[in-house]
Design a protein around this ligand. Structure first.
Ligand code: GTP
Length: 299
């Protein structure tokens, strides 16, 4: 949900159809609701509704189509253009959508994206997002919401969507537990599991249990970049696009640097695993063998 032009279809086409950001300017306005069934992790099907944001459509969702639009909602993602000149109107529609949810899908999670943050100067970005968070939390009243600043031009989009999708994966915590055991077996600093097509992070070996903390960093001896998960998603997707331009298929990646070794390889039919090891004694071949041996368990 969100006003026309706020960027809903752009983010959907990047995350789920692997289109580059540069092509989004060619997208036309969405007419009514575009429904997509995205196969995610094999058996899990995400039923994604992209609701065109022109006023006439919004008015219809909130009146005649209300029960259809707001029933059986797992997550509502409301996109606000950071430069919107009609914030009052956006908030009015948003509050009405929250009403619709409380009527038909009480347990739905709500994510709010302050989108196009690339349009705000670097130095002002944090302050602008903080201001928006306060404004949106106030407008949400009692409803718990998670707010993210996002842009299709950097990794922020992947952080938000990994969090969104994580709330929909039934066994995400269990996966993290198994990844922790696997990380210990490999003497790895960290192990990250990615969904195969979207490359969204679905679990990490991070030691935090609270879902709020996902995907904040684990307590480890090495200073790890807090943006490492979403940066990896973004970089690998760009690399995959380059591979497909050369008509090559992306299979796996190995890096042996002075400070660490990293192996990215298929874990199951629907996932990729990234194993990062800082111990120089551990050979890449050993990491690969461990991945190979763990496959059956994770499949
Ligand atoms: P409706 O279909 O009418 O509801 O609009 P929408 O919300 O789906 O908007 P759409 O995805 O079509 O995007 C509108 C324009 O915003 C496109 O030209 C995109 O290239 C641009 N856009 C999307 N995301 C971003 C972003 O993060 N930053 C910037 N600068 N532009 C963006």
């Amino acid at each position: 949900m969100g006003a026309s032009g706020s960027g809903k279809t752009s983010m959907r086409s990047m995350i789920f159809s692997n289109n580059p950001a540069s092509l989004t300017s060619r997208l036309g306005a969405t007419i009514d609701v575009e429904q997509n069934h995205v196969r995610f992790l094999g058996d899990l099907i995400l039923n994604l509704w992209d609701c065109g944001g022109q006023d006439a459509f919004m008015d219809s969702y909130l009146s005649t189509q209300r029960s259809v639009i707001f029933s059986h909602v797992g997550v509502m993602i409301y996109v606000f253009d950071v430069e919107s000149r009609e914030m009052e109107k956006d908030l009015e529609y948003y509050r009405d959508c929250l009403d619709g949810l409380s009527q038909f899908s009480k347990d739905a999670n709500v994510f709010l994206l302050v989108h196009k943050i690339d349009l705000v100067r670097d130095t002002e970005r944090n302050a602008v997002v903080q201001r928006k968070v306060a404004e949106l939390e106030k407008a949400s009243g009692e409803t718990p919401v998670k707010v993210f600043g996002t842009s299709i031009y950097d990794e922020s989009l992947y952080k938000a969507w990994s969090n969104i999708v994580n709330t929909l994966i039934p066994n995400a915590r269990n996966l993290s537990k198994h990844l922790r055991i696997f990380a210990e077996a490999c003497s790895a600093t960290e192990v990250i599991l990615f969904e195969r097509t979207t490359f969204l992070v679905i679990a990490t070996s991070s030691r935090t249990d609270s879902s709020d903390a996902f995907p904040s960093g684990p307590v480890v001896l090495h200073a790890l970049d807090p943006k490492r998960y979403e940066r990896t998603s973004e970089l690998i997707k760009a690399f995959k696009q380059s591979c497909s331009r050369l008509r090559e298929e992306f299979r796996s990646l190995e890096m042996e640097l002075a400070e660490f070794t990293a192996v990215l390889d298929e874990m199951t039919k629907n996932t990729y695993v990234l194993v990062v090891v800082h111990d120089p004694v551990i050979e890449t071949a050993a990491i690969k063998m461990n991945i190979c041996m763990a496959r059956k368990k994770f499949e």
